[in-house]
Structures are given as C-alpha cells and as structure tokens.
Design a protein around this ligand. Sequence first.
Ligand code: AHE
Ligand code: ZN
Ligand code: ZN
Length: 391
Amino acid sequence: TQGKIIECNAAVAYSPGKPLTIEKITVEAPKTDEIRVKVVKSALCHTDAFTLSGNDNEWPASDFKPVILGHEAAGVVESVGPNVTDLAEGDHVILLYTAECGECKFCLDHRTNLCVKVRSTQGKGLMPDGTTRFKNSKGEPIYHFMGCSSFSEYTVVSKHSAVKIDKEFDLEKAALLGCGVATGFGAAGYEGIGAAKKNNQITKGSSVAVFGVGAVGCSVLEGAKAAGAKKIIAIDTNDKKEEWAKSFGATDFVNPTKLAEGETIVSKLTSMSDDGYGIDFTYDCTGNVNVMNDALMSSARGTGISTVIGVAPSGAQISVRPFFLIVGRTWTGIAFGNIKGKTEMNRLIEAADKGDLSLDKYITHRRKFSEINTAFEDLHSGDCLRTVFEY
Ligand code: AHE
Ligand code: ZN
Ligand code: ZN
C-alpha cells in the first residue's frame, strides 16, 4: 500500500453533541515529512468528548468541521513520506499531540515541551501543508485532530508527532502514554523528567494534594508515591474514587462535599499539612476553575506550587487575591506533563517496566472500535478511568 490511497473504517464527528458515525473513508499516502500509521490501540480521553461537545474554542460549534477525533494511541508505521529518516515501515509508535521537532525555540529549550513546528496547522485540523489526508465517501475533506486523529484504522501524522518505541512493549499500554497517564506522571516530575525541567518536582517527604481522581489524577498520585512524598491527599466528590486513589498511592482521601460545619477544603487541607502552612504540591485534574482556586489556596505559603492540568471550559477564567501569590505560592500550568515526546517517552516506558507507573490498572473498559459511541457514555459513568479500543 506504500504510496497508495487506503480505504478503511473511521469514526467521524460531523456535528457537535452527535454520536460519531463509523464509516468508510479514504486515507491518502503520507506526503513529505509525514507518516501513515495503522492504529492498533486507542483510548478515549475527556478532551475528545470536550471537542465533540462543540465547546472547545479551537473547534467552535459554529463551524464544526467533520473531524476524526482521538489523540491517545499507539500503532505501527505503514509507510513514510519523503524526507522521513527516523521512522520506517514496521516501527511501533505512540502518537504525540505535543510534537517534538527538535529544532524550534521550544524544542531547543530544555525547560519546555511546547514544540510549535506543527501546532498552528494542528489547531486548524490540517496537516502542515494546510490540507487534510482524509476524505469521506462523498469526497468531502475530513479534518485532523490534535495532530493524531486516532479514531481511524489508519491515520497520517507529521513525522514530529510520533515516537518510536520498543517492539516488545505492549501497544495497549503504550496507547495510554499518548495522553492522560503521561500527563499526570510528567506533572509530578518523575526522576527529573516532565515538570521537573521547570523546577516543579515532587520531593521526598513532601505533601501533595491531587484534585480529581481520574486517569490524570491517578497518575499524579503514582508520581507522588514514586517520589517518596509523605502525605498524598486525593480529593474527589465521588466517595467511590477513594479505593482507586489509595490503589494508586494516596495516603488520604477527602470528599469536599462531606466536610465538617464551617470547614472548607482549603482549611481542611491546610490543617492536614505538617506545619499548618499548606500543602507543598497541589494539582488540579478536574478542569473546574473553582477547584483550581482551591488547589492554589491549599498550597503552602512561601514555597507551595499549584499546577493546573485540567482543561477548563472555553472562556473560563481563574482569579485570586494577588496577595496569596505575593506570600510565595506559585501558580503554573502544564501540557502533556511537560514531557518532550521524542526524548522523554522512553523514560516513561522504563518507569512502567520498573513498576513505578502501572499502565494496565488504568484500563477499566475494553471495547471494539465499532462500540466507540458507547465508550463516550463510559466516560460519564464515574467508574471509568480509560476505555481502550481494539481495531
Ligand atoms: N483546544 C483546547 C486546548 C485545551 C488544552 O489545554 N489541551 C491540552 C491537552 S488536553 C489532552 O487531553 C494541552 O496540552 N494543550 C496544549 C496545546 O498545545 O494545545 C482549547 O481550550 O483551546
Ligand atoms: Zn487527552
Ligand atoms: Zn519543535
């Protein structure tokens, strides 16, 4: 099939809030600096649902274009376009919605992963040359998503948007490293990678508070445990999450809807800190701006760092009395755990092999690709960390 158009099944989003349609599409051959990937495993992330809702301000509902979603996936390179040298047919890859070109200002700066090489066309659902590689049976262009579009049996991505991994590594586990699990674990700054590159690394004996016990929150908890944090507090409004949180490393669980009279989550967490001055590292993994504020205010006076990971509704804002920053709290944010996808992904695989990152525990549902619409319902069931699709 090298150089040829491939016809395959894909799940296409045609309008906000409507189910995806599973249909035959055509996938063009990869052009210069592009590769075509046979998707083997893909997972579903809240961001896919956020975009399908039409509320993502990069995909405004007003001109929602037909798009293939999916950005947490692993597969096998089917063919490569001209000028591709570090990837070849048969390579096993994880797709990267945060690319790493290795040449741009951000790739050359050790502190950040925010490569810009393909980011602007990516945000428009286009390949770097401004066109798409997908068409439906009527010949209409179907757009790309987050530079991945993994909800298709074959996809085309920039050569910068995929990292080669060891063929021995299970592709189902590898898929999870495409987003949520890598995001939280990177945010914890595991062994100097991810957020640690910006001096934001959970330290031995420190206190940690994680708001939101989903896949991202659980991987922050795992990072905190691996770092030797002494107090790892998981916060969620759903009591059923306590068991999960503990299994991923939480030492304590707090349900903010069940506090004592007159107590707030901030006063509660502050009272749980050793010295009563607040928690060393706090993380928002909910996307709720009020929770983000609680996470900041629970962080320690003088030295606390609060990291925003969750994706907020478009237009939502955060605010705080400046004084609470003046007295030494740091409020920061992170994308894909600040992981440089090409140079740091294998550190995550090592962490998984070592048992510091338990990938299969995140897979709570497995489904056939054809059941993808049911998987979106799983997301809201409260007992789903990740659904992985078999193609
Ligand atoms: N299109 C959204 C972007 C929201 C956002 O913050 N996305 C995260 C990834 S979520 C993955 O599940 C991110 O890392 N963004 C960095 C980037 O380069 O977009 C919006 O709100 O505009
Ligand atoms: Zn995601
Ligand atoms: Zn770059």
